[in-house]
Write a protein that binds this ligand. Structure first.
Ligand code: FAD
Length: 269
């Protein structure tokens, strides 16, 4: 099937064109979309692009960083302001993928992808859409209802730098080193005060999710073997991860507490 490419200068115009055509997809870096095109996907026939790359900007906005949705993983790695996200960006694919893979595309990437989105969920980021008057949506809300937002264009993501050094943790569990896709991804924001804790998993549900029972068990707890015991016991409470070619549901449930423990205690491996 021939694919049409429609290119716009303004995000507002691109957003209107996308909303008006159910067979259109917004083109970020194309690392997922072009695989679908090459595989002869029948689910869309039009690609919508933006000409001037206003979406590739990283800037400070008050006490938060605004990351344009078109910022690539390589650009994240080059940004000193985003140093807290370097361990995440380096975990996405290999060097060739990272030069094209965007932050916006990662928000929409189906499992087993979405490592960056998992980190943004732990950090309590907010998502802004183009042609939308600029209101920001908590990433929890965006991910919980992601399919409803397929006809919109994410313009940028707002994220606060973690306050305390070492309070943001990230871990990607793979079987193929160094750049395999994730069996599961874990990310956490662990403020020293132990309030406002956020723990997120990738590949333990259809979209990245928060581990609510783990967060509750960690409130006020010491991050030592005894203190994290209740959190480990609750590691997969309320979650039914899928079985796929990478791992079974049983395996994911068995290894989740092991990797959660290593992340919380800051252990290698
Ligand atoms: C070999 C390989 C290895 C990979 N490894 C990893 C990995 O380790 N970890 C990982 O997380 N991912 C991985 N990916 C998946 C992918 O590269 C990343 O998730 C990437 O961030 C997707 O971004 P993109 O810009 O290329 O998305 P695209 O392919 O352009 O788009 C993907 C989806 O997002 C939508 N979209 C893109 N941008 C926007 C926007 N601004 N607003 C609204 N919708 C938008 C598109 O319409 C489409 O539905 C891998 C892919 C390949 C091919």
């Amino acid at each position: 099937m021939p694919f049409r490419v429609e290119t716009f200068d303004r995000i507002e115009d691109a957003a209107r064109a996308l909303a008006a055509n159910r067979n259109a997809r917004f083109y970020g870096g194309g690392t997922i979309l072009m695989c679908a095109v090459n595989a002869g996907s029948q689910s869309f026939d039009t690609l919508i692009r933006i000409n001037r790359n206003d979406l590739g900007i990283i800037r400070a906005e008050g006490d938060r960083m605004s990351i344009g949705s078109g910022v690539t993983m390589s650009q994240v790695l080059q940004s000193r302001d985003l140093d807290f996200l370097h361990p995440v960006a380096i975990a996405v694919g290999g060097p060739a993928i990272r030069t094209a893979a965007t932050v916006g595309g990662n928000l929409y990437a189906a499992a087993p992808y979405g490592d960056f989105a998992t980190a943004l969920l732990a950090l309590g980021a907010e998502v802004q859409f183009g042609g939308d008057g600029g209101s920001a949506m908590p990433i929890d809300q965006f991910l919980a209802d992601r399919d409803r937002h397929r006809e919109r264009i994410v313009s940028n993501i707002l994220v606060r730098r973690p306050g305390d050094a070492g309070s943001f943790r990230f871990r990607k569990v793979t079987r193929v080193k160094p750049k395999g896709v994730a069996v599961m991804t874990l990310a956490a924001l662990l403020p020293r005060s132990r309030s406002g804790i956020r723990v997120a998993y990738g590949n333990m549900a259809p979209t990245p999710v928060r581990a609510a029972a783990v967060e509750r068990a960690l409130e006020g707890a010491n991050l030592d073997e005894a203190g994290i015991g209740p959190a480990l016991a609750a590691a997969t409470r309320g979650l039914s991860p899928a079985s796929d070619a990478l791992a079974s549901q049983w395996y994911r449930q068995e290894v989740a507490p092991v990797h959660l423990k290593r992340m919380l205690l800051g252990q290698a491996g």
